[in-house]
Design a protein around this ligand. Structure first.
Ligand SMILES: Cc1cc2nc3c(=O)[nH]c(=O)nc-3n(C[C@H](O)[C@H](O)[C@H](O)COP(=O)(O)OP(=O)(O)OC[C@H]3O[C@@H](n4cnc5c(N)ncnc54)[C@H](O)[C@@H]3O)c2cc1C
Length: 264
């Protein structure tokens, strides 16, 4: 069972993000693997184990620092990686990102039975790249998957999705793109031997020129959306603590809602 896992590096959400002059202050950031992509990696490893054969290929678009995320994916058991580190690939929107990933898959002639992505990147939260990638590769896709079963002949998969007020069971022919939702599995941790083995695993860095991709179609040049401005969320004013017995407190709450918040 050959799978491709699209893995993005994102700022650690535990770290406070600072914005100066409309730009994220990158120096103060620490980076991690996008949490939803950890479920995607784990699912790919489990499928390889289920079928007892196959390759797990990590595909990452990102600057040099994204190599850390790739190494983590290799340390838990992925076999090899493709790193789209070329400046031409950077700074694009979800469409341009998906385009670059699709071009790499097609032009490198990667063989796959399934493509796994996270449901969204926790930094830009587009939740689009996986679906756009499926469209560009003319593949079916199932998003927000919390349970995945692949048929023994690898011809199709049954995916469970959490939807408003219930669960949906979707059957899809393979190959297909699956986006992983929290709960799909319990990602494993890298072992010491896994971390050591990762250093020997191949990471193929590819430029737009090497892939013969027109740089005007990817990255910032290929973006359909431009970020107009970036500003930190407004500081929340301190809340009110209302004391006194319940009746008095209720009266005071209504007065505040009416006179200050003006919502009643
Ligand atoms: C310097 C910079 C400039 C930017 N400029 C713009 C801009 O002008 N307009 C704009 O709209 N956005 C811009 N972005 C944001 C950019 O759109 C997103 O980072 C990118 O499209 C992915 O969005 P997302 O994580 O929200 O994707 P989602 O659609 O939420 O990602 C879903 C899944 O797709 C896969 N995936 C996503 N990104 C990658 C990746 N890089 N490598 C491998 N797999 C991936 C992962 O599996 C991920 O879980 C910029 C980002 C940067 C860093």
């Amino acid at each position: 069972m050959n799978s491709i896992v699209c893995v993005k590096q994102v700022p650690d959400t535990e770290i406070r993000i600072e914005i100066e002059d409309g730009q994220v202050v990158e120096e103060k950031l620490q980076y991690v693997i996008n949490p939803y992509d950890e479920y995607a990696i784990e699912e790919a490893l489990r499928l390889r184990e289920k079928f007892g054969e196959g390759q797990v290929t990590v595909l990452t678009l990102g600057p040099e620092r994204a190599r850390e995320a790739i190494m983590q994916a290799l340390a838990v058991g992925a076999d090899e990686a493709i790193h789209l580190a070329d400046e031409a690939f950077q700074g694009g929107d979800a469409y341009a990102t998906a385009k670059a990933l699709a071009e790499a898959i097609v032009r490198l002639g990667l063989e796959y039975d399934i493509i796994l992505c996270g449901k969204q990147g926790v930094d830009h939260d587009n939740a689009q790249v996986g679906i756009a990638l499926a469209e560009m590769l003319n593949l079916p896709h199932v998003s927000l998957v919390t349970k995945l079963e692949v048929a023994d002949d690898k011809s199709k998969a049954t995916a469970r999705r959490e939807v408003e007020g219930g669960k949906e069971l979707v059957e899809t022919p393979l190959p297909a793109v699956i986006t992983a939702q929290k709960g799909l599995n319990e990602p494993r941790y890298p072992t010491f031997t896994g971390i050591r083995a990762a250093r020997k695993k191949p990471i193929h860095k590819k430029t737009a020129a090497e892939l013969n991709v027109d740089p005007e179609t990817v990255g910032a040049a290929g973006a359909k959306l431009g970020i107009v401005s970036l500003s930190p969320p407004l500081e929340r004013s301190a809340g009110h603590i209302i004391s006194g017995n319940p009746v008095e407190a209720c009266g005071e709450l209504v007065r505040l809602l009416r006179e200050e918040a003006k919502v009643v």
